[in-house]
Design a protein. Sequence first.
Lengths: 285, 265
Amino acid sequence: MAGSATSAIEVIGRGHPWLSLAPALCVIAVLFGGGLVLGLAGSLGMGRGGVSLDAWIAVLSEGRVWRSLGLSLWIAFASTALACLIGLGAALLLRRRFPGQGLARLLFQINLTIPHAVGALGILWLLSQSGFVSRLSAGAGLIDGPAGFPALTQDRFAIGIIAHYVWKEVPFIGLILLANMQSLGDDPESAARSLGASPFAAMRLVLLPLLMPALIRAGAIVFAFSFGAWEVPVLLGQSAPVALPVLAWQRFTDPDLATRPEAMAIAMLIALVAALLIRVAMVRR
Amino acid sequence: MSARWRLVLGLMLVVASMAPLLPLGLWSVARGWYFPQILPATWTLEPWARALSPRSDIPEAFVTTTAIALAAAALSLVLGIPAGRALGLYRFRGKALVELALLAPVIVPGIAVGLGIHGVFLRLGLTNSALGVVLVHLVPTLPYVVFVMSGVFANYDAAAEAQARSLGARPLQVLWHVMLPAIAPGVAVAGLFAFLVSWSQYILTLTIGGGRVVTLPLLLYAQAGAGRNDQAGVLAVLSLAPGLVILALVARRITGRGVMIGGAG
């Protein structure tokens, strides 16, 4: 907005934006950049005399690591797909007026502020075999005891973990899409409708493509988070295979310090997946 | 779709959103809530009394969490407002690269960098300290503040600064009397949500704090893991509180852009 009417001298900071950026960039470079560099160095066994690929070879040739990677990818894909789908539905629902819409929108935002650790515990107490839904089922006479209720937490398919991420990220996706719908306005769809498109066709062929860039970026953030978060799978996941971040933490805290380079190598694997996501979804082409 | 269907679906959405919070709240006022009781047989404030008693470590963790989050939010604002101004107001070479460098910490999971940062902080003597935890929380909070402030400055009219200058105001006067009032609402939103992002951290706190810096999320898992569900329920409700207060304060101001950066974590 520093328009042509304002001269270079009069607007403070103009001409040397790097000076204003330097403190923040230095902090990020030292913490984030330093963390990545030392993580990589640690995975190569540096600081223990010499460089070796032992940790990488050990990690990449271990079936348990690949099973954990597969589990984390499954969690991330399923969570992202469901969160995007339901988030889109929620945004389409909440954009039109209906009684109680304001309240629904406000309540819809609450999840955004809830710490993941709190939400994960809530999901555990809601969906576990002795949890709230199980008790409701017993009350309704559907099951006889906790064992009669399906294992939805600490289960093979990571249903509890995925349920948590969907629960937490649907409002995230929904609010981003709502904000985008508001800035697009009704015009694109109205134009399609006046040319004879059905409401569904106008949504699918006009609105959806316009929302796609925002949806992809938001989806990438959800994917990265559900792939790499620790506190959710550690509470809601089964004991083997564990999600990749949980495996990294197990190796990091192992009393045998020799496993530390392996922990760093797994951490770098997680960073690599995140980097690929940034490349695919975030960099403007 | 008819208004009635929207109401029904909206209701389902709200119920699903609130459902996991119900058992958390119930446990904080329950005694011996066993299967298959749907609601606690005995309602009591005893868990709260115990949680707030001098022997409990919850009050101290509450103070620690609050102090760390306040410090992380304040530091993020001090570093992030100038950076946001540069990104929001000016076009310059390498801007896209800067934005990418600030986006990366938002995307890359905490554990991927946390283990390496532990190595950095070990050399600097910052592990197992609250200061180290504050600094490591900057990794998620600072980019968030920069992006929110960059959005604020993109809608800011810098011509007013030039006018104030031409009327004889000194640069600091301009910043204080012209810029600050204009960006104050954005600063408030950025600061409050930076507070929340820090307040919610788990793995970065555990990695750098080494279990010595005990925040509410850490205590929550410790109590739940030990089977003290009533204390975990109290901790969960306490952990929710600031988010609800902040949401009530800024509900109207939440924009897609702000959500975009801070929401997933």
